[in-house]
Design a protein around this ligand. Sequence first.
Ligand code: NZQ
Ligand code: ZN
Length: 388
Amino acid sequence: MQNFVYSIPTTVYFGKGQIENLPKAIKAYGSKVLMVYGGGSIKKSGLYDTIMGLCKDNGISVVELSGVDPNPRVESVNEGVRLCRENGVEVVLGVGGGSSLDCAKTIAACVDCDCDAWDVVTKKVVPEKILPVVTVLTLAATGSEMDTFAVISNMKEGEKLGVGYPDMRPKASIMDPTYTFSVSKYQTASGTADIMSHLMETYFTMDGDTAVQDGIIEGLLKVCIKYGPIALAKPDDYDARANLMWAGSLAINDLTRWGKATTWSCHSMEHQLSAYYDVTHGVGLAILTPAWMEHILSDKTLPKFVDFGVNVWGIDKNLDAYEIAHKAIDMLRDFFTNTMGIAKDLPEIGIKDEENFDIMAEKAAKGLKTAFVPLSKEDVIAIYRACK
Ligand code: NZQ
Ligand code: ZN
């Protein structure tokens, strides 16, 4: 296991009614807030009114940035930065799913930089000071409520890139599972696939004996496999929503990643799909992951797939090792498509030609030389093709 420093300083207020702690969480850092949210789900659910009431009652002034798109755009970040500067904002509050939270975190990182937000996302400019971020999560998926990252799209450039600094990790996050009761079946399935992908990206490494991390990952994957279908069938099942929500945070808050080297192959390939076709993140991952697994399965990677098959999917350990591996991949694909109802391939989400595969693969492969199995541009094209 590699050396690491354990530090996850986000204060999590988890459970029903925890929103009452929001004023306290904000006021530890200031009383002028930029509230960043999406296309209206929080108005429909009443959460918007609750937050506005709490802020008013506690002397917190609120400036708003609404309409953040799924796959948040750099234009929204620039607009948020402008609002922060004009209004002397002290705290950025993200309310919603990963897109609103990522937008809030990137705004916080850009406020002090005298440049376009895209220069921060592309790391041309490194922020020296980042405004404190507080979040209220309404969708279990990305783990943005507890991690240091944000992913921002620039549709003009055909780019979707991640940016992360330790101070982008939210100072506090309100996580009330009842807020996720209204999440659609489509987004519930996509979010579950995203959580599972974060776990699998971290699980499949060649990095020595990391039994603690791998055991936690196997346990969290089983949580998703158990509770994802329950949340689909019964959207207001509190335990299902609570377990998915907490699994989503732990999957990516560094708990399972520290101590091992990870390079995320499926995320790199998926971000290109989103950049070129505006694909829902978790859907792209669910389509790509089984194809990636088939592509990288070899004598060298086989033992990890056997662990995955036996410990996560409960496959008989006495079977032939390759049979276990193939069965595990088939069970994963079947879970995504038949149990969770996610599209089975790229044509089903409207990607029928190969027009952009070459440029997408070139961009995706750039960072994948150090992956679990290093992938070349040709490998990535082959994986995209296997999804057709
Ligand atoms: O915009 P609103 O009206 O809020 O509606 C959203 C949106 O349409 C809706 N929604 C959210 N909460 C809801 C709800 N609808 C009903 N009831 C609720 N309680 O769901 C739709 C999708 O929301 P979005 O925030 O886009 O989803 P998600 O949380 O999956 O976030 C996806 C984004 O996060 C990035 C993805 O690439 C993508 O851009 N990621 C961020 C990561 C991170 N910060 O570490 C890591 C991930 O791997 C991922 O890349
Ligand atoms: Zn993800």
